[in-house]
Design a protein around this ligand. Structure first.
Ligand code: RIB
Ligand code: CA
Length: 329
């Protein structure tokens, strides 16, 4: 295995777009381009037990069932979930279509324990990709102050900087769900990498893209699952008018992998990103200072543009590669 491939912990709350990110990552692992250290699940799109179960099922589907899965750290007050977008099971109500989870929720380590353990053991080596509410990362930082700086990088899908939010006019779901946690993570280091709605709103995965992937192995379990998941996600995206009528859905979370593996598809700028944790109307909003004259020290690189065509070319070819190697019933 090449020496400097990214070693990754994926913090996730499956969710349809989380599932695309996890499958894409499994393709890259199987191509020898990455190492998946652990998948730490969180509550968010749906309840922690369900995100845990989905992560386990999708790891089996992609052939990496041996990877450890963490159970989400509980939060005091659980806001509304996103099951109206992702289905009651968080995977398009398709969980019965996949084999039962091979990981056991009741005996699994908590996600913050895994983050602390792994980041302590190999400081500076592991990239944390956070595509869920930041509850687990904040819990790890509270238990072991400074631990997040042990990550080689922290890449976050979250925030809405110069565009409307998707939960309120001001707030994006991941950071809105647990704003206190987001504030802890935003204050943890000064080189966070953030792909916000500003760019992920342009990443519309279409039915045609799904068909192109399925054609690479038409009878595989993966083709059947992806086709059905696409149809579900397209139905809710159209219902909630997320794609301006285009028959597709937004693969927000996959943008983090676009940065890490295909950085030429995005443009970046430095910024100070802060969380609004108290506003009556703006709680969960990300307050940003990305002015050239910004006087506050920046804490993040934020994506300012994405070449969606090149992004999807890579995503589709990598998912075709995974599909070609996957099994048929
Ligand atoms: O706002 C988009 C984010 O919220 C994504 O992580 C998606 O999975 C949803 O949870
Ligand atoms: Ca997510």
């Amino acid at each position: 295995m090449p020496h400097n491939i990214p070693k990754i912990i994926l913090d996730t709350d499956p969710g349809g777009d989380d599932i695309f990110a996890l499958l894409w990552l499994q393709s890259l692992v199987k191509q020898g381009l990455s190492e998946l250290v652990a998948v730490t699940t969180a509550g968010g799109n749906v309840a922690p037990e369900k995100t845990f179960s989905s992560a386990s099922r999708v790891l089996s589907l992609g052939g990496l069932a041996a990877v450890e899965v963490g159970r989400g750290v509980a939060i005091a007050k659980t806001p509304d979930d996103a099951s109206h977008i992702h289905g009651s099971d968080g995977m398009g109500n398709l969980s019965a279509q996949l084999p039962a989870p091979v990981h056991c929720y009741e005996t699994a380590r908590y996600s913050d324990e895994i983050l602390i353990d792994r980041l302590t053991a190999t400081p500076g080596e592991i990239t944390v990709i956070a595509i869920a509410p930041l509850t687990n990362l904040a819990a790890a930082e509270k238990k072991s102050p400074g631990i997040l700086r042990n990550a080689k990088e922290i890449i976050i899908m979250g925030g809405a900087f110069h565009c409307p939010g998707n939960v309120t006019p001001h707030a994006e779901f991941n950071l809105w769900f647990d704003p206190a946690a987001a504030e802890i993570v935003l204050n943890s280091r000064d080189d966070l990498v953030i792909t916000s709605l500003d760019v992920t709103r342009r990443l519309v995965f279409t039915r045609e893209m799904g068909k192109a992937i399925a054609r690479s192995n038409p009878t595989s379990e993966l083709s059947k699952f992806l086709t059905n998941l696409c149809e579900f996600m397209i139905s809710t995206a159209l219902k909630y008018r997320e794609t301006d009528g285009i028959e597709g859905f937004l693969v927000h979370d996959a943008a983090t992998l676009g940065y890490l593996f295909y950085p030429e598809t995005m443009r970046w700028r430095r910024a100070k990103v802060q969380m609004e944790t108290r506003g009556e109307w703006t709680k969960g909003m990300t307050a940003i200072d990305d002015r050239n004259c910004a006087k506050q020290p920046a804490n993040a690189w934020i994506a300012s543009d994405v070449d969606a065509t090149r992004f999807f070319t890579n995503l589709i070819e990598d998912l075709k590669a995974l599909n070609k190697g996957s099994e048929s019933p």
